[in-house]
Design a protein around this ligand. Structure first.
Ligand code: ADP
Ligand code: UDP
Length: 237
């Protein structure tokens, strides 16, 4: 049985602990929601379990489709064991429909289906407010080289295809999402962090109802029943 050791990092949504197993991390999801880079923060009882279970379920389904991730196994309702990686400081965003910062920045109609999935890199640097950057910026900052950028892009596009189908089967349109990658001990690039309603925009196919963190961002109500709805649809698939 793996043992939890010292706290390594406390983030806005998760705590990471060392373990007695070399290269494995213990992830504790938190009953906490934040927006505006942490400026707004609320306790949300039940969120930790839901995001841990949703992320676990999605990483398991991706693995079946040949997409490996850091996920090893669930340890409890709100904890999981993952492979430790060196996080590449990029938020890789894939957009199928226009909304959020994309619509605002480029004046594209909210909810417009994009002709092809649009991929963006944001530099994961809180002090700079995670600015959008291009491939040259990624290279000049030493974040990743050409070959790695190609790997990240291909993986993000494949993950998008698998997730579109997965969510479509449970009556959800995948609008956009953010993923993170890391370098594992053997040097390969591995999908890491989480995939949950905190990191995806999920709209009900019939009603266009938001089934994601926008409910919190836009103050539309309680997110727990919304995340519960996503989890129960995934579970029953
Ligand atoms: P934030 O750091 O934005 O507040 P979280 O609360 O989700 O976000 O914190 C989790 C942190 O752990 C993130 O910074 C993420 O990049 C990092 N992380 C995710 N998976 C791994 C992993 N397998 N190994 C090392 N770090 C990871
Ligand atoms: N996203 C995320 N973390 C971030 C920023 C964005 O998970 O720090 C996700 C967000 O949930 C959405 C996608 O990335 O699914 C694109 O977000 P956008 O840039 O439109 O974010 P906004 O600034 O509108 O919140």
């Amino acid at each position: 049985m793996v043992k939890k050791r010292e706290l390594l990092y406390e983030g806005k949504a998760k705590k990471l602990f060392a373990t007695d197993e070399e290269g494995h991390l213990w992830v504790q999801y938190l009953d906490q929601a934040t927006a505006l880079n942490g400026a707004r923060k609320d306790e949300v009882l039940g969120k930790a379990e839901l995001n841990n279970q949703i992320t676990s379920s999605i990483f398991e389904k991706l693995a079946v489709k040949g997409i490996e991730s850091h996920f090893i196994r669930q340890l409890s309702n709100d904890e999981q064991l993952v492979e430790q990686v060196d996080i590449i400081p990029l938020e890789v965003v894939v957009r199928n429909y226009a909304t959020g910062s994309f619509s605002k920045r480029l004046a594209v109609e909210e909810g417009k289906l994009l002709d092809f999935p649009v991929l963006e890199f944001y530099y994961k640097e809180d002090a700079l407010d995670d600015p959008i950057i291009n491939d040259d910026h990624v290279k000049i900052l030493g974040i990743a080289n050409d070959e790695e950028i190609a790997v990240l892009k291909a993986a993000a596009r494949k993950i998008n295809e698998v997730l579109i189908t997965l969510f479509d089967e449970i009556g959800i349109r995948l609008i956009d999402f953010k993923i993170e990658f890391g370098r594992s001990a053997d040097g390969s690039i591995l999908l890491a962090d989480e995939i949950s309603p905190d990191t995806c925009r999920l709209w009900d196919k019939e009603t266009n109802e938001h089934l994601d963190k926008d409910v919190y961002r836009k103050d539309l109500g309680d997110i727990v029943p919304v995340y519960q709805e996503v989890f129960s649809r995934l579970k029953n698939k």
